[in-house]
Design a binder for this molecule. Structure first.
Ligand SMILES: [Zn+2]
Length: 449
């Protein structure tokens, strides 16, 4: 929790900034909706989530920087009812480091118990759209010299956010192509902390947590996370260095290796940030990590030209999930949110029921799940497996035995009624489930077919 010793440590009393355009405030996002829906069955007191966390809803707002340019990007601000420190998280400073911006895109939706969370998920949008490290002005993470002007308008706009939000700690999420000490030149799985503040203490603790509790035991030791503090603050023109050197504010660069699957990178990145938020006082419990262990994503999302029409458009989507809960797991809900707002519907246009002839099919081993949504589903939207179908035969939850995998098939993604080729698109899918002992949870998967 936020206490006076932390406040004293960071010096200045925080100033609240309420000048954000409130285009995101007030609405309950789908994850909260799902959580509340699931907890209604599990808890007798309205307003208490399934994890037992009090649901004092934080307020949300957002604003844009570099508006009207191709660098335009959104800053998301979540403010808890309880007082606490301000954490800023950046992703996509390098546009080819997917796990950074996908993780930040998930983190921006998290509820917090105290303090403020400021997230810039897609810091360098032109580079993300091009899938490149740099944008037309070069490497954004070399534009932040200590004691001098930022070297691009985008860098200046991001620096303005750091200053105006009066950030107490910054995490900058990256990935690395290689593995540390393997001779390939990559930094691998690493945390780089500032000299400023107690970033080094936090990064060592997060490193130990990841290595002991998050990394699969089957992974070779070279995948262990390392912690580095050997570059003095300000010795390089990176965002983290400028935050440490110019403001005296602690910061951490997080690197996940691309030698592991995107799903694992996202899991490691989000687990690190969640654990930090718990240490720093923004989160009381670690529910996201705990529930993440019940269901894992097989990292195999694919866009499919369904045989039902074979029209050359890969408008179907498949991905695999595995039941890691050690108990029978029932998939009850699926919330689907494409990153591309133009993708506005999921509809199979068929009166038959089955894979590719219903919007949703899950080939689970105990019971296959199937939902034939009446007139299709508007996206973003949620499929309730048990009640959305238009006949008794067309709505069935999916049941997975312990350790089993199932392939989820969704068909077909549309824009204005026309099929959309899903290659290169990004879709966030939040799976709601219950376990044999009555526990429930959700797992959000970042799919990029
Ligand atoms: Zn990077």
């Amino acid at each position: 929790m936020w206490d006076m010793s932390i406040r004293t440590h960071f010096g200045e009393t925080m100033t609240r900034n309420n000048d954000a355009d409130s285009d995101g405030g007030g609405s309950v996002n789908r994850r909260e909706y799902l959580k509340l829906g699931l907890s209604a069955a599990a808890a007798t007191t309205v307003g208490v989530s399934a994890s037992g966390r009090a649901a004092a809803t934080p307020s949300r707002s957002s604003y844009r920087i570099r508006e009207g340019t191709d660098e335009e990007t959104t800053v998301y601000v979540t403010e808890a009812v309880a007082d606490g420190p301000t954490l800023m998280v950046t992703g996509g400073v390098h546009g080819d480091e997917k796990s950074g911006y996908l993780s930040a895109g998930l983190i921006k939706d998290w509820d917090i118990d105290a303090g403020r969370l400021v997230v810039v998920p897609e810091a360098c949008k032109p580079a993300i759209e091009a899938g490149t490290r740099e944008f037309s002005d070069g490497d954004l993470n070399r534009h932040f010299p200590d004691g001098a002007e930022e070297e691009s308008r985008l860098a200046a706009a991001i620096w303005d956010v750091v200053v105006r939000e009066d950030v107490d700690f910054l995490w900058d999420l990256h990935s690395s192509y290689g593995i540390y000490e393997s001779g390939d030149g990559g930094v691998g799985q690493a945390l780089f902390a500032t000299d400023a503040g107690d970033a080094g203490v936090h990064s060592k603790a997060i490193r130990d947590y990841l290595n002991a509790e998050v990394l699969d035991d089957s992974l070779d030791d070279v995948y262990d996370f390392r912690e580095h503090t050997h570059h003095d603050d300000g010795s390089r023109d990176m965002l983290k260095h400028k935050v440490g050197a110019t403001l005296g504010t602690p910061a951490i660069i997080f690197e996940a290796t691309e030698k592991l699957s995107l799903d694992r990178r996202v899991k490691h990145t989000t687990a690190a940030v969640e654990r930090f938020m718990h240490r720093f006082g923004l989160l009381e419990t670690l529910s996201a990590t705990e529930s993440a262990n019940d269901l894992s994503y097989d990292g195999d999302a694919a866009a499919v030209d369904a045989p039902v029409d074979s029209n050359g458009v890969r408008s179907g989507l498949t991905f695999g999930v595995t039941n890691d809960a050690g108990r029978e797991l029932t998939v009850t809900d699926l919330a689907i949110e494409p990153a591309n707002a133009a993708i506005d519907g999921l509809s199979d246009h068929s009166y038959d029921e089955g894979r590719w002839t219903s919007e949703l099919y899950i080939d689970a081993d105990v019971q296959a799940g199937l939902t034939d949504v009446n007139n299709g589903l508007a996206l973003p939207g949620t499929i309730d497996l048990a009640t959305d179908g238009h006949s008794d035969d067309a709505d069935r939850v999916a049941v997975l035995s312990p350790g089993s995998s199932a392939t989820v098939s969704l068909y077909q993604f549309e824009s204005g009624g026309n099929p959309v080729d899903m290659v290169g698109e990004r879709v966030e899918v939040t799976v709601g489930y219950t376990l044999a002992d009555g526990e429930s949870g959700t797992r959000t998967l970042a799919l990029s077919p």
